[in-house]
Design a protein around this ligand. Structure first.
Ligand SMILES: N[C@@H](CCC(=O)N[C@@H](CS)C(=O)NCC(=O)O)C(=O)O
Length: 228
């Protein structure tokens, strides 16, 4: 039986959530069948009878698991015969998650937040504008207005990734692991909803992300988005 994935959807069936992309790739990595349930921001509260405020959430034959890291751990435990998502010490993958969320996410969001809004369904746009403008304390178009001035610092902050991909195809070495999906999820988020160019061609991070998009018969690349 397929695993149900409650996945955040925008207008025109664009799936853009960085956390849900971690799980889309994780399920493909494990070779598991997935049935994707398109879920808008304003529908998350109704998932699995209520009680959830964030996606991804999976339902594996009645076993409900939320939170991307917990889902990856669950998948490795429940399907030990399938390729491992988190080989080696868990702390290393948690470090990647913490680094990604401290370095990439907070710098990325202000550069694309108005583009996210513009790619949501009309049902979700008022909720998104209200919650995010409260968070940033200004209109969304103003938040991302100075992104051209921020992009160089953002690219510079990717130095540890760049150095790693100069000699490795993936964070897992020659093969991708959950750590790759954690970081690639952030770039896929931007690719799906924003024309703003985050990575330069020739950057090893750009080449790695292109490899990630090609994984699993182009699972990531097949999602409509903007050129990387
Ligand atoms: N720690 C969670 C974070 C999940 C998360 O923040 N999901 C966002 C979508 S990208 C969400 O559901 N947001 C709902 C909201 O902002 O109301 C995980 O790793 O799964």
């Amino acid at each position: 039986m397929a695993i149900t994935l409650y996945d955040l959807v925008g207008a025109q069936d664009r799936y853009f959530s960085p956390f849900c992309w971690r799980i889309r790739w994780a399920l493909a990595h494990k070779g598991l069948d997935v049935e994707c349930r398109p879920t808008r921001f304003t529908e998350i509260k109704d998932i699995c009878g209520g009680g959830h405020s964030l996606v991804p959430v999976i339902d594996d034959g009645g076993k409900i698991v939320a939170n991307s890291m917990d889902i990856a751990l669950y998948l490795d435990k429940a399907y030990p015969e399938a390729p491992t998502l988190i080989p080696g010490p868990l702390a290393q993958t948690k470090f990647i998650e913490n680094w990604s969320q401290a370095t990439i996410h907070p710098n990325l969001v202000p550069m694309v937040v108005n583009d996210i809004h513009d790619h949501l369904t009309p049902e979700d746009q008022p909720f998104f504008r209200e919650t995010r403008e409260k968070r940033f304390g200004m209109p969304l178009d103003q938040v991302q207005a100075d992104r051209e001035e921020k992009i160089e610092a953002f690219r510079a902050s990717l130095g540890p990734l760049r150095a790693t991909f100069e000699t490795n195809d993936f964070l897992g070495g020659s093969e991708p692991v959950f750590a790759d999906y954690i970081v690639a999820g952030a770039f896929q988020w931007a690719r799906v909803i924003s024309p703003f160019k985050l990575l330069e061609a020739g950057d090893p991070v750009h080449a790695w992300f292109a490899r990630c998009l090609d994984l699993y018969d182009g699972l990531g690349a097949r999602m409509p988005g903007y050129p990387i």
